[in-house]
Design a protein around this ligand. Structure first.
Ligand SMILES: Cc1ncc(COP(=O)(O)O)c(C=O)c1O
Length: 437
């Protein structure tokens, strides 16, 4: 078989990996397999399996963090609710880029949004003894379900693909009216599909959250990365879309990993609405000393998980946010390259017989950003990954993300440099020749 990566070596490495099916492998298993093949063949893959930021972190953050270390913060435990300089900048950031007012006390650093999610589940899913289940508006980030599994908590899920726009209300309500849903979680822009909810959809989610007294965890891991709009100017519309315009029952997770390319330092921001922060839920007393949502979050959840967030990283993030708030650092411009890459890469795939699986936000074509989704006629997602590996292209199956579109794959653009586009095109052409639709 004539494939861009020597067929026999790939076959051998797949066999050695012991994976029952490459198409069902987790992200990290694919990473390992492709590392092995690259090593054995000396050929570089178009690596689209993992959402690693592919850009340099903002200098202003790195410098501030080094300075904080020089000033001796490493010897001191950080305050659990965050250093005041950071709390102030998070609150300003939320006002400047989302146009939502929130008190500094409601802005809490976490060890990435990963920990923010875990802490949020610990509190939001325990406010009311009758409500013990998290609802995912999927597709989504698989690790969050893993977190619930570890916590012994229940979840329900539906793929939003067939329930966009006006159809969302009835579908969402069919879950909420059962009375067991404590929390709704989605990411926006969405990992893996890159759909962005419309204002109408966010209004639907917000109003139902109020009506059924449910907390919305809005996971903004790809903050301001809907590049169809210029969300880069502090205090100037348009702003990052949010459910916070339609309900008080919200909690946001703002990751620093992608928007600020700061994944390695494991710091993110949890922001809780002023009303939710001070709301009292007597049932929280089953687990925490306080029945106040915000107090239980800080001194119950975040304290138990890690006693706060790395001291120096807090100064790094504070400096980046301050520079963004003051209009001195355009963090959106710094990551816009992801959108440009996606535009070119999507075209290379569609020119060679692939289809984009999630392709519309109601009546608008999807934005180009960190991820996109692909399928190929006649192949399941599992078969497609297994085949693409021979062509030097790696991705993950949508099947592991709660998507019902099992024919699809998620492709991440962050690790594919422009200099590899010619290779990608060549490989896709060969794929098409060997797989006539
Ligand atoms: C949707 C979503 N939520 C959360 C995270 C985790 O973010 P962090 O690196 O801040 O822990 C990611 C990272 O890929 C993500 O895609």
């Amino acid at each position: 078989m004539n494939t861009p990566i020597p067929y026999e070596i790939v076959k051998q490495k797949i066999k050695e990996s012991g994976l029952p099916s490459v198409g069902k492998a987790t992200i990290r298993e694919i990473v390992k397999l492709v590392n092995e093949i690259e090593k054995a063949t000396g050929q570089k893959y178009i690596r689209m399996e993992m959402g690693v930021p592919g850009l340099e972190p903002a200098k202003v953050g790195v410098e501030a963090e080094i300075e904080a270390l020089r000033n001796g913060v490493a010897q001191l435990y950080p305050m659990i609710d965050g250093v005041p300089a950071l709390k102030k900048e998070i609150s300003r950031f939320v006002k400047n880029f989302i146009n939502i007012d929130v008190d500094e006390k409601c802005c809490i650093p976490t060890v990435g949004s990963m920990q923010g999610g875990m802490a949020a589940f610990l509190i939001a899913n325990r406010c009311n003894a009758q409500k013990d289940t998290v609802l995912f508006i999927d597709p989504g980030f698989p690790v969050q379900k893993q977190q619930l599994k570890v916590l012994g908590m229940k979840h329900e899920t539906f793929d939003v693909y067939n329930y966009r726009g006006d159809k969302l209300k009835e579908k969402l309500e069919s879950y909420l009216k059962k009375g067991n849903i404590s929390t709704i979680l989605y990411s926006n822009p969405n990992n893996p599909s890159w759909i962005c909810f419309t204002e109408k959809e966010l209004e639907t989610i917000g109003k139902l959250a109020t009506q059924y007294d449910t907390v919305v965890i809005e996971d903004l891991a790809y903050f301001a990365m809907d590049f169809r709009k210029d969300l880069s100017k502090p205090g100037v519309p348009p702003y990052q879309d949010t459910v916070a315009n339609y309900t008080d029952n919200w909690l946001m997770l703002i990751s620093s990993s992608k928007a600020f390319s700061y994944a390695g330092q494991r710091i993110g921001s949890m922001v809780i609405s002023n009303k939710l922060f001070s709301r009292r839920y007597p049932d929280l007393k089953r687990f925490f000393s306080s029945d106040e949502f915000g107090y239980a979050m800080i001194y119950g959840a975040v304290y138990s998980l890690s006693s706060g967030t790395s001291h120096s990283a807090q100064y790094g993030l504070a400096a980046m946010l301050k520079a963004a708030n003051d209009g001195e650092f355009n963090f959106v411009e710094a990551v816009r390259t992801y959108g440009e890459r996606a535009r070119t890469m999507k075209k290379l795939f569609t020119d060679n017989g692939f289809k984009i699986v999630y392709d519309m936000d109601e009546d608008k074509p999807l934005a180009d950003g960190f991820y996109f989704t692909i399928s190929y006629p006649g192949l399941t997602g599992e078969e497609l990954i297994e085949e693409l590996v021979y062509y030097g292209i790696s991705a993950i199956s949508l099947a592991i993300t709660g998507s019902e579109r099992t024919e699809g794959l998620r492709a991440c653009v962050s690790q594919t440099h422009e200099s590899q586009f010619a290779d990608l095109e060549h490989r896709l052409k060969m794929f098409r020749e060997n797989h006539p639709a």
